[in-house]
Design a protein around this ligand. Structure first.
Ligand SMILES: NC(=O)c1ccc[n+]([C@@H]2O[C@H](COP(=O)([O-])OP(=O)(O)OC[C@H]3O[C@@H](n4cnc5c(N)ncnc54)[C@H](OP(=O)(O)O)[C@@H]3O)[C@@H](O)[C@H]2O)c1
Length: 321
């Protein structure tokens, strides 16, 4: 099984690489495409690094020729203040990278069989209490527009006979990155609070399931087009806040009684605050219909596991251990 992963050095990427290794064992021939020139020697032997900035130019066709699966997880973080320059980086790192990748497929006689391309539930915009499946129309706003263009670029690979899956990730919860890594220290210090009214829906997924659903999409040929990578039970921000406080052993009533005013978030993050204030109640219709079995369906259990894992990691690296 020949697999090429772009953005495999990131938070989701690392989990996907481990899942690939676990699933395919010694049959796995893996190449991890990274922009980072330094540190190639630090990659474990089973992850062959290939240094290329796919956002700058299409990689050499030999990289993807005859490959079974290409997974594209590259993208500048959205968790920053959205200046004009940041918005350009957020847009280009997704759209140009995907365009160049598909262009490299076009230049080869044997394009990959499958492309799993990252997307996000940001596709749906800010939708209140509406239940959203893969069939729901896109929303409006910067992220929704970026996601639509991102998916359009990926879907062009269909013309080359490549099966394309656009993995619309929700808020991925895991140790070592993403939202939980940023929020848990605040909650541990007793500084946790809901955001605004707390009524906005949050569509979350545990990292084990995020990686598991990528593998599910690889091995299930009937999955084509959009796939929501979210748990079956989305929660409101108020419920999420309560679960997070309980997971770290802090009183939940305080966290849910307090709220961070939206105007303060806007002052700090600008338009980027919409990531925290938008409401998306997204359901994993495709994954459920194709028989995916979730490891984590309840948010509190997911957060407890992340908390436990973070503590294990910090103990493992503490000087006393
Ligand atoms: N984490 C979430 O909760 C979440 C939710 C929804 C969607 N997603 C999407 O899923 C994908 C992976 O997310 P993640 O959390 O794993 O992200 P991440 O940890 O930030 O890693 C993404 C990878 O993309 C590459 N990258 C970063 N900035 C880039 C830039 N300006 N240009 C080109 N490449 C760049 C980096 O690889 P190199 O440095 O090795 O090149 C990095 O390791 C992203 O596209 C993200 O939008 C994530």
């Amino acid at each position: 099984m020949k697999v090429v992963v772009v953005g495999g050095t990131g938070f989701i990427g690392k989990a996907v690489l481990n899942e690939l290794r676990f699933t395919f064992g010694n049959d796995l021939k893996l190449t991890v495409v990274t922009r980072r020139k330094e540190g190639a020697e630090l990659f474990p032997a089973w992850q062959r690094p290939f240094v290329w900035d796919v956002g700058e130019s299409p990689p050499p066709p030999s990289l993807v020729d005859g490959v079974d699966v290409v997974i594209n997880l590259a993208g500048e973080t959205v968790a920053q203040r959205w200046t004009q320059a940041a918005k350009k980086r957020i847009r280009d790192s997704r759209i140009l990278t995907t365009r160049n990748l598909v262009e490299s497929f076009r230049q080869t006689a044997r394009p990959p069989k499958v492309l799993i391309n990252a997307s996000a539930t940001g596709y749906y915009g800010d939708r209140g209490d509406e239940e959203l499946t893969e069939e729901s129309p896109p929303g409006s706003g910067f992220l929704a527009e970026v996601c639509q263009l991102w998916e359009e670029e990926a879907m062009r690979a269909n013309e080359l006979g490549v099966r394309v899956v656009c993995a619309r990730f929700g808020i991925v919860l895991g140790a070592g990155g993403g939202a939980a890594e940023r929020l848990m220290p605040l909650f541990e210090w007793g500084l946790g609070a809901k955001i605004g009214s707390g009524k906005q829906w949050m569509s979350w997924v545990h990292i084990v399931d995020a990686a598991g659903m990528v593998l599910h999409a690889i091995t299930n040929e009937q999955i084509r087009g959009a796939m929501n990578v979210v748990a079956p039970n989305p929660v409101t921000n108020r419920e999420f806040t309560r679960a997070l406080a309980r997971a770290v052993g802090k009183p939940a009533f305080l966290a849910t009684a307090l709220s961070i005013p939206v105007f303060l978030l806007r002052l700090q993050l600008g338009e980027g605050a919409t990531v925290l204030t938008s409401s998306q109640k997204v359901l994993p219709k495709v994954a459920l219909e194709t028989g995916y079995q979730f490891a984590f369906s309840e948010v509190e259990l997911a957060l407890r596991e992340v908390y436990h894992r973070r503590r294990q990691l910090s103990l493992a690296y503490s000087p006393a251990s």
